[in-house]
Structures are given as structure tokens and as C-alpha cells.
Design a protein around this ligand. Structure first.
Ligand code: IMP
Ligand code: MG
Length: 178
């Protein structure tokens, strides 16, 4: 599968799965007696959210949002366009935003601010990966898997030109395929 296109495996399937168990244990503890709603940011979050959800023992519901950037402006303005909104209001709910990676932080910041307008009880952020060196706005990831260097990564939900999302590990894509 995708032979020759992977330059280097950065995080193995095993390491991802054990990290998800750790994150799930934290969430189970912190949300005991509550019923959070997990909101995944499409498309990248779908694999991580599916595995995380099945490791959780706290009852929870799942929803999704999809966003796209307004042209080139996103890096400076941080304005993103909501392509798919949540299905029902999160007023009074404990929200956990789930994404594959926090890069500049603009997407998470926008979505988190947007959801605050719905008056949720709480909003916390859960991301499998983070590239801290790329941050434009500060984001507090309450539940984080791995910090990675500034490399374009693929796999485990993360795609490039629509491909590679099904890889079970996180890898660096060979530049030839950019
Ligand atoms: P941010 O708004 O810059 O934080 O962008 C976050 C989004 O950019 C993530 O949800 C990913 O969809 C995408 N992204 C950022 N870095 C990568 C990467 O290395 N590989 C694939 N997608 C990425
Ligand atoms: Mg994304």
C-alpha cells in the first residue's frame, strides 16, 4: 500500500494505540458522572475519534463539524468557513473537541470560540498530534497525544490529496509525492 511514498514512520500503530488508552483513561476520570459530547473535526479526526470513543467508558455522544478555509486569508485572519455544523445545540453540555493535529492553531481556536456562543458548560480540546513550532495562536490542548516536529505527516486520519488516511501509523510523506 502506497509503496515508496512513506519516507519514515514517525509513530507506530502500537504507540498510537497505547497513547489512546492513556488519553481515554484521563477523560474517563475527569468526566466521571458526566456525559460529554465529542465533536470531531472532519475529515482528519475520524480515525482517532473512532478509536478514542471505543476506549471510553463514560457515556458520551458524538457529532462532527467540517470546516474549510477562506482562501489564503486563513493564516492571517483565522477565519474559517463552517461547511457542516453540529446537529444540535451544545447549550449546557460538556464538549470535547477532537482533532487529528493542531498546527497553526487557527482552526481549533475558531471552532472553540464559535461553540462558546452556544453557551456550553465546558469546552476542552483533545488532539492526537501537535506541531508547537508552527503555532500562530496559542491553543491549550487539554488532552494531547504527541508533539511532533515541523514535518508534513500522513496516516491515521491525516491525508494528502485525499489519500493515506487509512494507514495505521503516522508517517512523513516523501517529498516526491507533495
Ligand atoms: P491549523 O488550523 O493550522 O491548526 O490546522 C489544523 C488542520 O490542518 C488539521 O486539522 C489538519 O487537517 C491539517 N494539517 C495540519 N498539519 C497537517 C499535516 O502535517 N498533515 C495533514 N494535515 C495537516
Ligand atoms: Mg483537519
Amino acid at each position: 500500500m502506497y509503496s515508496g511514498q512513506v519516507k519514515k514512520v514517525l509513530i507506530s500503530e502500537n504507540d498510537i494505540q497505547s497513547k489512546i488508552k492513556e488519553i481515554a483513561a484521563e477523560i474517563n476520570k475527569e468526566y466521571a458522572g458526566k456525559q460529554p459530547i465529542l465533536i470531531g473535526i472532519l475529515k482528519g479526526a475520524f480515525v482517532f475519534l473512532a478509536d478514542l470513543s471505543r476506549e471510553l467508558t463514560v457515556p458520551h455522544s458524538v457529532d462532527f463539524m467540517d470546516v474549510s478555509s477562506y482562501g489564503e486569508d486563513v493564516k492571517t485572519s483565522g477565519i474559517v468557513k463552517i461547511e457542516k455544523d453540529i446537529d444540535r445545540s451544545v447549550a449546557g453540555e460538556d464538549v470535547i473537541l477532537v482533532d487529528d493535529i493542531i498546527d497553526t492553531g487557527l482552526t481549533m481556536t475558531y471552532i472553540s470560540d464559535y461553540l462558546q456562543n452556544h453557551k456550553p458548560a465546558s469546552v476542552r480540546i483533545c488532539s492526537l498530534l501537535s506541531k508547537p513550532s508552527r503555532r500562530v495562536v496559542e491553543v491549550k490542548s487539554d488532552f494531547l497525544g504527541f508533539e511532533i516536529p515541523d514535518e508534513f505527516v500522513i496516516g491515521y486520519g491525516l491525508g494528502h490529496k485525499g489519500l493515506y488516511r487509512n494507514l495505521k501509523y503516522i508517517a512523513i510523506l516523501d517529498e516526491k509525492y507533495y
